[in-house]
Design a protein around this ligand. Structure first.
Ligand code: ADP
Ligand code: MG
Length: 380
């Protein structure tokens, strides 16, 4: 089924995000967010200690229609006045993606508007550029940068030499950083999602109280691995079964695990910035809500002489505003629309969005050795 041709309208893009456990709808016009609504399912999944895909699908089905209606009403933009429709096409939970994608495609088809299927990580990546009141982002002129994307399901380092041009430098070989926070919290008997709880408890603890491994930190690649850290916590608790009953020791444990995760994330991000010779670093995704990570990235960027853009609070975890910002940019630049019958892509790789030549990608991933340092590295 071909995408429909563009018609005159309000220049407003509506986007839907349902890749995991947040149902979200946003409207964006000329790079400015008119409305951004997020209905979180955290309290529903908390009971089970993690996201239950069937429940997520059911909640998206229930919440999405009223959210679309409310978003259009608040932006004073009836569906007929929309110019483009977008949805997260992947990666994510297959059935959860299906709800948002098919709703958006149905709207686009009925209204005869172009539809854009957006990659969830590409949307996270550009969320770091949203700021101001009302919030907006201009993706036309961005400096070359390295971007850390850290969420519950993914950990990625990406080189962005120019807007919409991505080279994936490294990703996690097993658990994501957010998953490591969540699984550690579960082992400690703390509620889901564990990241914010560990962040809170760690504030009052000693980060060097316990020595946890920093997996792959000193490895030359830009890949990550967090499952060994989670296992180290498991064995530590087996050997110290009474430790979590002591509130002070629990705070020390949270601070020590958090320090290990943040150390790996920051060390690898700095290495990527040096290797790509960029003077700008960005970070996005739910884990960027972590206060230690924000502080340590700021200190590292300062040492490197790089500017730092961190996604703002409301745009860290899953939201449709970041999807709408990217789709609005694509629509305004006449990017080809996605077919209205395209299927969800649960395992979509960011490298497949706008593929770079394999040779460029290989050279970006390679360790250049001591002589390959960028101007940034001279100030570290
Ligand atoms: P996903 O796209 O995988 O659903 P999100 O981008 O919504 O992930 O981020 C959710 C993840 O972020 C969870 O793993 C959660 O524990 C983590 N997270 C949220 N806030 C914090 C925090 N302050 N510290 C550490 N992790 C956090
Ligand atoms: Mg996400």
């Amino acid at each position: 089924m071909p995408a429909r041709k563009r018609v005159n309208s309000s220049g407003t893009t509506l986007a839907i995000e349902t890749s995991c456990d947040e149902t979200s709808v946003a409207l964006v016009r000329q790079g400015a967010i008119l409305v951004s609504l997020v209905s979180s399912q955290v309290s529903i999944h908390a009971e089970y200690g993690g996201v239950v895909p069937e429940l997520a699908t059911r909640e998206h089905l229930r919440n999405l229609p009223p959210l679309v209606q409310t978003a259009c009403a608040r932006a004073d933009c009836p569906p007929a006045a929309l110019s483009a429709i977008a949805a997260t096409q992947g990666p994510g939970l297959p059935n959860a993606l299906m709800i948002g994608l098919k709703t958006a495609q149905g709207l686009a088809f009925a209204l005869e508007r172009p539809f854009y299927g957006i990659h969830h990580h590409e949307a996270h990546l550009y969320s770091a550029w949203i700021d101001g009141t009302p919030p907006r982002a201009d993706l036309d002129i961005l400096p070359p940068h390295v971007s850390l994307i850290v969420s519950g399901g993914h950990t990625l380092l990406v080189h962005v030499p120019s807007p919409l041009h991505h080279i994936v430098l490294g990703s996690t070989l097993d658990d994501a950083a957010g998953e490591c926070f969540d699984k550690t919290a579960k082992l400690l008997g703390l509620p889901y999602p564990g990241g914010p709880v560990i962040d809170q408890l760690a504030e009052g603890g000693q980060p060097d109280a316990f020595d946890f491994p920093r997996p792959l930190r000193d490895d030359a690649t830009l890949d990550f691995s967090f499952s060994g850290l989670k296992t180290a916590v498991r064995y530590f608790l087996r050997d110290h079964p009474d430790l979590t009953a002591d509130p002070s020791a629990l705070r020390d444990l949270c601070a020590s695990v958090q320090a290990a995760i943040v150390d790996v994330l920051v060390t690898k991000t700095v290495r990527a910035a040096r290797r790509c010779a960029v003077r700008c670093i960005t970070a996005s995704g739910g884990v960027v809500g972590n206060r230690l990570l924000r502080r340590e990235l700021a200190a590292a960027a300062d040492r490197l002489g790089c500017t730092l853009r961190l996604a703002a609070g409301p745009f860290c975890s899953d939201n449709a505003a970041m999807v709408a910002i990217l789709a609005d940019h694509l629509w305004r630049h006449g990017a080809p629309a996605t077919d209205c019958d395209a299927e969800p892509r649960p395992g979509w790789d960011l490298s497949d969005v706008r593929p770079t030549s394999p040779a460029t990608a290989r050279s970006a991933r390679a360790d250049p050795g001591p002589s390959g340092c960028s101007p940034c590295s001279s100030r570290s």
